[in-house]
Write a protein that binds this ligand. Structure first.
Ligand SMILES: Cc1ncc(COP(=O)(O)OP(=O)(O)O)c(N)n1
Ligand SMILES: Cc1nc(C(=O)O)sc1CCOP(=O)(O)O
Ligand SMILES: [Mg+2]
Length: 241
């Protein structure tokens, strides 16, 4: 199985931004190494979200990158994304897994080891863990957990931990040293005067630290409540990683 993506770019939801221009710049540098998560504001209608997801999925497919959709799993299915990401106010992880099917990538947010362990048991392929540092692109988050918070979760689960929140290239080494497999960013790329260069800097920082050697990148062994269900065989496009 190819290794999973270590650099996740989340589309910028702030007003007046051009998320596709940022995605294009990042893909031009990272190509198939990039995971792009389509994220829109909660009040965006499904048509708007779908149209963005179609464009991102097409761009990812063109270069062999991975497209995930945040929250709205029906859109992940509709655009043939590799999977989706859910958090505490979204579908529960087991339900999300039933929607997406067994082969999809399914990320779940975890801010502590207990939540992370439960999410993996329920079918999460990876965990988004944060906020690691203060962020200016999302409101209402708890206090930053720092590298130590990453270490607590990463040491408790057998799946990749993707660190999120206030990530910069300079902060990557400490997070990977704490056990993160990779990082997810908005501002580090979207706020940069040269988003392609910022992407390259993040990739350089990530690739300096080899990934932990023995990580699963799929639902936990033995977790397969969808097998034999009417949804069997359906779901988001095969992840391929
Ligand atoms: C990689 C990654 N980690 C965490 C999140 C946050 O998801 P969630 O807690 O559901 O919050 P919203 O992004 O939906 O506002 C994420 N999207 N990606
Ligand atoms: C979408 C999101 N979720 C977070 C969480 O901790 O759950 S932090 C975050 C925003 C990350 O943006 P930036 O890289 O600009 O800090
Ligand atoms: Mg969510």
């Amino acid at each position: 199985m190819p290794s999973p993506g270590r650099l996740h770019l989340i589309t910028d939801t702030r007003p007046g931004r051009d998320p596709l221009a940022v995605v294009d710049a990042a893909l031009s540098v990272a190509g198939s190494e990039l995971v792009v998560q389509v994220r829109v504001t909660d009040d965006a209608d499904d048509r708007t979200a779908y149209e963005l997801a179609v464009e991102v999925a097409r761009r990812c497919a063109d270069v062999g990158a991975t497209c995930l959709v945040n929250d709205r799993l029906h859109l992940a299915l509709a655009v043939g994304a590799a999977g989706g990401h859910v958090g505490a106010r979204d579908l529960p992880v087991d339900a999300a897994r039933r929607v997406l099917g067994p082969d999809a990538v399914l990320g779940a947010t975890a801010r502590d080891p207990e939540t992370g362990t439960a999410a993996v048991a329920a079918g999460a392929s990876y965990l988004g863990v944060g906020p690691c540092h203060a962020t200016s692109t999302k409101d209402g988050l708890p206090a930053p957990i720092g590298p130590e918070g990453i270490r607590r979760v990463a040491s408790a689960v057998p799946v990749p931990v993707i660190a999120i929140g206030g990530i910069t290239a300079e902060r990557v080494p400490a997070l990977l040293a704490a056990g993160a497999y990779g990082v997810a960013v908005v501002g580090a790329v979207a706020n940069a005067t040269d988003p392609a260069r910022a992407t390259a800097d993040l990739l350089t920082a990530i690739s300096a630290v080899p990934p932990p050697p023995s990580l699963d990148w799929g639902p936990s062994p033995g977790f397969a409540p969808w097998r034999g269900s009417p949804t069997s065989g359906r779901g988001a496009g095969a992840a391929g990683w």
